[in-house]
Design a protein around this ligand. Structure first.
Ligand SMILES: CC(C)(COP(=O)(O)OP(=O)(O)OC[C@H]1O[C@@H](n2cnc3c(N)ncnc32)[C@H](O)[C@@H]1OP(=O)(O)O)[C@@H](O)C(=O)NCCC(=O)NCCS
Length: 201
């Protein structure tokens, strides 16, 4: 089946969590556990990413884009497992242009058949705990307007919009309407009416 086409607006939306205080303790639904990367998990990561992002993933993509990346450390790549099968992932990554004190929540995905249980939330919380262990100060991420379950998840985790372009106040208001939370436009009015942040290149 052809994956649904989504209009990708540019630049991507950014969000940030201003600190790593008050992180929830991990509370996975029954039957699920969290652990970090173990040698040989690359193929499982590729299967999750292919299914979650509905795109082709070449064998070896994990090796190339994650394991050989200078940000890679086994403890930074988190998985939720159902039994012994990895079904969701998130990574606690570096954030080029935002400084070493800022972590980047990266490559969050849940296999479609395991959705509806907030596994993306829990695996991302595990990544935030990793940032805490590393002594990071705050966390950012980039996402797309059409990734509504992801944006809902990030808002539940305490992330807030960060404007990086003049077209984004309107886009954020559209997103809040699309997730049926138009009140967030008022909650984040100061951000949406405020200046645009230019990360260092
Ligand atoms: C983002 C993702 C990991 C979340 O997976 P998950 O944790 O299983 O998410 P859930 O199915 O439990 O849904 C999370 C929330 O989104 C809501 N949601 C689900 N589908 C939705 C949709 N189409 N529109 C709006 N909200 C939606 C759920 O109702 C839930 O909200 P709630 O907490 O109020 O109940 C998963 O959707 C995914 O892999 N998406 C594709 C990859 C992606 O976009 N990754 C993020 C890149 S930035």
């Amino acid at each position: 089946m052809c994956p649904m086409a989504h209009k990708q607006l540019t630049p991507q939306l950014f969000m940030a969590r201003a600190n790593l205080d008050d992180l929830p303790e991990l509370q996975l639904p029954e039957g699920y556990v969290v652990r970090s990367y173990r040698e040989g998990d690359g193929a499982a990561w590729e299967r999750i990413v292919a299914a979650a992002f509905e795109r082709e993933v070449q064998t070896g993509e994990f090796e190339k884009s994650m394991k050989q990346h200078k940000a890679f450390r086994p403890e930074r790549v988190l998985f939720v497992l159902c039994g012994d099968v990895p079904v969701a992932t998130a990574s606690a990554w570096d954030s080029p242009g935002w400084g070493p004190q800022t972590g980047q929540l990266h490559m969050v995905g849940t296999k479609p058949e395991h959705r509806g249980k907030h596994l993306g939330y829990w695996v991302s919380v595990a990544a935030l705990h990793q940032f805490g262990k590393e002594g990071r100060r705050d966390v950012m991420l980039s996402t797309d307007d059409f990734r509504l379950p992801a944006i809902k998840t990030y808002l539940q985790m305490g992330f807030e919009p960060v404007l990086v372009h003049e077209n984004q106040p309107r886009r954020w208001r559209d997103v809040f309407a699309a997730i049926d939370q138009p009140g967030l436009s008022a909650k984040f009015a100061e951000i949406l009416d405020g200046p645009v942040f230019k990360p260092r290149a």
